[in-house]
Design a protein around this ligand. Structure first.
Ligand SMILES: *Cc1c(COP(=O)(O)O)cnc(C)c1O
Length: 266
């Protein structure tokens, strides 16, 4: 994946000045701490530690931070802002010689951005309507492998959040699974913030229940994508334990890996 947004002079979000120079030792310490949290949470639920993938959410941190994280063995990165992500991908491509990195788009999707997302990412977690899926499908380059997608569900019906209404989930899954240049991998959700473990688990449990309904629907259809509908993208720095207890297979972690982000510029 390459190509840099040379023509863009209107960044969607400027990158925060690094809190400290990116440093591989610090990156390894923070990543090991997160991996230990994942391991402990998996053990508590009698799950294999390998059943949960750590996605490093690098928004607002520059390429040097991703590079330091890649040097510790991290290979998948999540980005929210397209222009920032494209610049970072290019910067890293010029410097990274190791195993190829996977880029996951996890931000809200505007229609005019779908082409570049389809061209420059491996995964998209934030598809929340059929139209977006159709555009990504049509714009995925012919020579590329199918774009891996998750349907984002607005599990707490929050007006401020993206995501489909929970009651539309099964219908949308059936429609998205029919698009040939996409591979529908599962569901993604960001519940409303809570520090209470029971509340966190309650929301993730509702996502898991929807996921099971979708699996049953694809199975009933004998759908060819049934076997690859295997992903629950849920859990962040503050609630990854609850998410793992409820079946998360990808946790998206930013703060615990990279530190505090600067406030989003308006
Ligand atoms: C920023 C972000 C994250 C990471 O959040 P942290 O609390 O910093 O771990 C995860 N998922 C999405 C969609 C995000 O936008």
């Amino acid at each position: 994946m390459n190509g840099s947004p040379k023509g863009s002079n209107v960044p969607e979000a400027s990158m925060a000045p690094p809190p400290a120079a990116a440093n591989t030792t610090d990156a390894a310490t923070r990543r090991n701490a997160v991996l230990a949290r994942i391991e402990t949470a998996c053990a508590a639920s009698h799950r294999a530690a390998t059943s949960v993938q750590l996605l490093a959410v690098s928004k607002k941190f520059d390429g040097s931070h991703c590079l330091a994280m890649a040097q510790t063995g991290q290979t998948s990165f999540g980005e929210n802002y397209l222009q920032e992500a494209l610049a970072k991908q290019q910067w890293i491509a010029d410097r990274w010689q190791g195993e190829s990195l996977q880029w996951h788009f996890i931000g809200p999707i505007q229609s005019n951005k779908t082409r570049q997302i389809a061209e420059h990412f491996d995964w998209v977690h934030t598809v929340d309507r059929l139209k977006t899926g159709q555009r990504l499908n049509d714009q995925r380059p012919a020579q590329a492998t199918p774009l891996q997608i998750c349907l984002q569900v607005n599990i707490d019906h929050e007006s401020s959040k993206s995501g489909c209404a929970p009651e539309l989930t099964v219908t949308l899954v059936r429609q998205l699974a029919a698009l040939p240049n996409l591979q529908l991998r599962g569901l993604m959700a960001i519940p409303s913030a809570s520090t209470d473990l029971a509340t966190q688990r309650g929301a993730f449990a509702r996502v898991r229940a929807l996921f099971k309904q979708c699996q049953a629907a694809l199975k009933a259809d004998q759908h060819p994508q049934m076997g690859s509908f295997d992903t629950l993208s849920m859990g962040m720095t503050g609630d990854l334990e609850a998410a793992i207890a409820e079946g998360a297979t990808i946790v998206r972690v930013g703060t615990a890996l990279f530190g505090q982000r600067a406030a989003k510029p308006v």
